[in-house]
Design a protein around this ligand. Structure first.
Ligand SMILES: [Zn+2]
Length: 287
């Protein structure tokens, strides 16, 4: 420690104060580090290394993605804060693993739409929206054992991030669901690339989402691309990482051309930026 140029009694009190502050800080750091290993925010991805031999690891009774020795758990934006649990089997015995969900102050976004039917749809439009939602929910809940090749998860296009995941949204002053994807603004016609190898599970024109493509990457990782001007794949296609799946547009509920990109893990929409960080090839240790 640097020598303090102050009279000695003061210096000793001062040093003691610094020493105890250091000790407290040390303890705090330890606590925070320990907590962060077992903590996640709503809409985040919780990572856990299960004990050897653990099987049937579930969150809310949903199977989870395994990546090397970890499981990746998608936590919904509406997850209650506090304790959450994973269930699993070890040597034929049911076990649980507890982790904490801590608050994240997602910012607010106020949007004005001229088309009132995009804010308050009529009964016929509502029926269509409900049908589309349930079809999308089924796609999000699909789980196949396909392993992702270790090529990372690339951003589908470069552009200005015009709305972050998790924003609490208000349309014409009315509260709506939080923003469940990442918006990347780009001119109409900009190519959109598959972030990783996948199977195309939906190509359709939806009420809010406009022209949409769904990609299923396996193990409960599903991505959605909305508001396209054109879709360049068909349902059932297998696509490679980097393959162009569609073009940016302004179809559906939009204020301008952009890609709305959703990333879903075990059926819950999670932050696409966290997923890109998690799945960079360098973050995966070699066997
Ligand atoms: Zn969006």
């Amino acid at each position: 420690m640097k020598k303090l140029n102050v009279p000695s009694p003061v210096a000793s009190v001062f040093t003691r104060a610094i020493a105890s502050a250091g000790l407290i800080l040390g303890l705090l750091t330890l606590t925070v580090a320990d907590a962060s290993d077992r903590a996640v925010v709503p809409g985040g991805i919780y990572q856990w290394k299960p004990p050897e031999g653990a099987t049937q690891i579930r969150f809310n009774n949903r199977p989870l993605m395994r990546l090397e020795e970890r499981v990746l758990v998608g936590v919904p934006l509406r997850q209650a804060l506090g304790q959450a649990e994973l269930e699993y089997q070890l040597n034929g015995e049911p076990r649980t693993h507890t982790f904490s969900v801590v608050d994240k102050a997602y910012t607010e976004q106020h949007i004005t739409l001229q088309n009132r039917e995009m804010v308050n749809p009529n009964p016929e439009q509502l029926a269509r929206i409900r049908g589309e939602s349930s079809r999308q929910r089924q796609l999000y809940l699909q789980f196949s054992d396909t392993q992702l090749p270790n090529q990372g998860f690339i951003q589908p296009l470069q552009g200005r991030i015009s709305s972050l995941f998790g924003h609490r949204r208000f349309f014409n002053g009315q509260a709506r669901n939080p923003h469940s994807g990442l918006d990347i603004a780009a001119p109409t016609g900009t190519p959109i690339k598959a972030p990783a190898a996948a199977k195309v599970t939906l190509v359709d024109d939806l009420y809010y989402n406009g022209k949409t493509v769904f990609l299923d990457h396996g193990q409960g990782l599903v991505t959605m691309y909305c508001h396209l001007s054109d879709q360049l794949v068909t349902e059932g296609d297998a696509v490679e990482q980097g393959q162009i799946i569609g073009l940016v547009g302004a179809t559906g509920r939009v204020t301008g051309p952009h890609l709305h990109w959703s990333v879903s893990l075990n059926g819950y929409r999670v932050d696409p930026q966290s997923m890109m960080t998690l799945l960079t090839p360098t973050s995966v240790e070699p066997q």
